[in-house]
Design a protein around this ligand. Sequence first.
Ligand code: GSH
Length: 205
Amino acid sequence: MFTFFYTPNTCALASHIALIDAGAAFKATRIDFAANEQQSPDYLRVNPKGRVPALVTDKGVLTETPAILAFIAQSFPAAVLAPTDPFAFAQAQAFNSYLCSTVHVAHAHRMRGYRWADDAAAIEAMKRKVPESVFGCFDLIERTMLKGPWVLGDQYSICDPYLYTLARWLEADGVDVTRLPRIMDHRNRMAARPNVRQAVQEQGG
Ligand SMILES: N[C@@H](CCC(=O)N[C@@H](CS)C(=O)NCC(=O)O)C(=O)O
């Protein structure tokens, strides 16, 4: 039985969906950002980074969404959530790494600019850039990465809940979603999946 730490409307949704897709036994524990619980001594003992998601396993704690997703896929092979061929698996990892290191970081410049600058004008400038920089990332995914119907092609994988999770932030990031028809089609098909509905519902809707 895993313990999964999440906060609603964060990147933790991707791992939550994958845990359900895998049929894993887990207890979901909510971390309240409004109360700054991610910085509480109890949670910092679980994840010293003070971020969600974190997955407590019998071997230790895992953080970082691409690592958690790969662990889930490889721990539950019967669910077929990732390719087994090394090159195809590396391609899945490349996609998820792009979401983690580039797309998510571009998005974070809207709410978390204080991570990179103290100057209020610099923080405002970073915020203003978000619609353009986040659109740029998703436009590249739309044109060159999303094979269709799923990210890797015919086979649904751990890349799909991750793309879906970050695509849920597009409107709030000021992106004109009508310019991303394939991403939106993917988002709509993901939203209709029972496991996705269940994860969203378990996180409080
Ligand atoms: N690279 C990490 C990013 C984790 C992360 O930044 N999570 C955000 C929520 S989307 C968070 O916990 N933020 C809390 C904070 O910045 O205080 C991952 O992909 O799991």
